[in-house]
Design a protein around this ligand. Structure first.
Ligand code: FAD
Length: 488
């Protein structure tokens, strides 16, 4: 049998391991942390449990696919429930809007709260769906870096329709065209942050994202997001994958432009195939530093996605008006993004994303309490004074929540943990603490992500949120699928 070694037990590394095991490879995964999941992990503290990273679960079919691939029933391992209310939105002007999963109910709610006509929503939804149908074949489910992709009939058809994917104007401009009400423009602009981008510069092609959420739904995994990692590790082990924790890979060994294996604690482990799930930037900087000539410089110089600052707060009160996902919008969205992208600091009125998994999983907090995951988008790490920024942000978040909810959360916090760009970088080796690899702030971003295999080094593959097709759980899982198809 052939041997595959995988660097990193992030969600894409685990998914790739399963796909290669099914192809009869002997697979071993090496993970620097003492736990699997990378960004998809959890924190236990003071009687609370928090999902540490991702909290919104979309396109669950890509997780299920891994079970069916191995002949197993996903429902024996992993269950999830559909959210009827996807998110509660709060605006500074007092508007509160409930985003229902049901399209008709959502259109009615939007018409009632903002006066925006249902036809505007329908037009937007049709446009979003069309972009999905075109981009899905070209950008998402296939490698962009293989000639075969361009020869497929569906791909050709998609390329001919490229003009229709709205890449020539920004997302914000397009949304201003679709909607009269500035609250709706802000509502749809926010989807740019799903891959760490800026709606004022990202192409309107990103309007595909609301289609994924609206059409395929938002879900809550039984057991919380952590259950995705746990069930996939269990599945991987059941098909023979071996995991080694506390095992930092130090080098990828190359000979004659061919991957020979990896080095770990100075031991050489030979392999037929090596897959890096480590951020592609650090893979070249740390594991391939002996081979500067083999670096794809242009690709590695791309702008990174934004990062996040998260407060994990234990709260000694129940808030009936809140749901699993809640957004508190800033009054001036453009100013907020200028802070993130131009000034590289944090606005004093940031949009707050509040996730409360105890709404669906009550044992995540003690009785009468809630577990608050309070996240704001922040610039990636270029050496800012984060301790100062964090103190200011905590105070500004408190003031904003007081304005909108009328409660002083400072009096209610019984536990606090923090994740910031520095700790995201150190805990998951994500360059600059970016959440989603490269940003998508230009039309060309999709073409400038690193391919899922090296063009210069044989038998070296890449999966995960820092390479094609991009960040977020669904795309990270698709990167594993492409690697699985590529490895023979
Ligand atoms: P990672 O999770 O980054 O895993 C890489 C692994 O490689 C890590 O475990 C790391 O320790 C390991 N590693 C690195 N270097 C080495 C080495 N030298 N040797 C051995 N191992 C190594 N996505 C969504 O879909 N929905 C969301 O709501 C969402 N919200 C997010 C919120 C936050 C705060 C964050 C951080 C991310 C969020 N994302 C979300 C993005 C999502 O988490 C990621 O895109 C996805 O988890 C990336 O998975 P991955 O496999 O690429 O890599």
């Amino acid at each position: 049998t052939k041997k595959a070694l995988i660097i990193g037990a992030g969600i894409a590394g685990i998914a790739t391991a399963i796909r290669l095991a099914v192809k009869w490879y002997e697979v071993e995964v090496f993970e620097v942390n003492s736990y699997p999941g990378g960004k998809l992990t959890s924190i236990q503290k003071d009687g609370y449990r928090f999902d540490a990273g991702p909290s919104l679960f979309t396109m669950p079919q890509y997780v299920d696919e891994l079970f069916t691939l191995t002949g197993k029933n996903p429902r024996d391992y992993f269950n999830y429930q559909k959210l009827e209310v996807v998110c509660q939105y709060f605006y500074e002007d007092g508007t509160q809007l409930t985003a229902y999963a049901d399209e008709q109910k959502l259109a009615n709610e939007i018409a009632a709260k903002t006066g925006e006509a249902a036809e505007a929503m329908q037009k937007f939804a049709a446009n979003s769906k069309r972009i999905y149908q075109i981009t899905n074949h070209v950008f998402l489910e296939r490698s962009l870096h293989q000639i075969k992709t361009y020869l497929r009939f569906n791909t050709l058809k998609s390329i001919l329709r490229l003009l229709q994917i709205d890449a020539m104007r920004t997302m914000h401009k397009a949304n201003q065209n679709f909607f009269k009400d500035s609250r709706m423009v802000q509502y749809f602009d926010r989807y740019a942050t799903y891959n760490g981008s800026n709606p004022y510069s990202a192409p309107a092609t990103l309007n595909v994202i609301p289609h994924l959420e609206q059409h395929y739904g938002a879900w809550f995994p039984e057991g919380g997001m952590q259950a995705i990692t746990d069930s996939l590790v269990k599945l991987a082990e059941s098909v023979g994958v071996k995991f080694h924790y506390n095992s930092p890979v130090e080098e990828i060994v190359i000979e004659d432009k061919r991957t020979k294996g990896i080095k770990i604690k100075d031991a050489f482990l030979p392999a037929d195939v090596v897959v890096s799930n480590m951020d592609v930037w650090f893979t070249y900087q740390k594991l391939l530093s002996k081979y500067p000539a083999l670096q794809p410089k242009k690709i590695l110089q791309q702008e990174r996605s934004s990062s996040a600052l998260i407060f994990y707060w234990g709260i000694k009160k129940l808030f009936k008006q809140l749901d699993l996902h809640n957004i508190f919008f800033s009054a001036d969205y453009e100013a907020e993004f200028n802070h993130i992208w131009q000034e590289k600091n944090i606005s004093d009125d940031p949009t707050i994303y509040l996730n409360i998994s105890s709404k669906y999983k009550p044992d995540d907090a003690p009785a009468g309490h809630e577990n608050w995951f309070v996240m704001i988008n922040v610039p990636n790490n270029t050496g800012q004074d984060w301790d100062k920024l964090i103190d200011e942000a905590r105070e500004n978040i408190r003031k904003k929540l007081f304005r909108i909810l009328g409660a002083d959360v400072k009096q209610l916090i019984t536990s606090e943990s923090i994740l910031d760009p520095r700790s995201i970088e150190s805990k998951t080796s994500s360059y600059q603490g970016s959440l989603y690899g490269n940003s998508s702030n230009t039309q060309f971003a999709a073409f400038l992500r690193h391919a899922n295999r090296s063009a210069r080094i044989k038998n070296l593959y890449f999966c995960g949120g820092s390479v094609h097709p991009g960040g977020g759980i669904p795309l990270a899982l698709l990167s594993a699928k492409i690697v699985g198809e590529w490895v023979k």
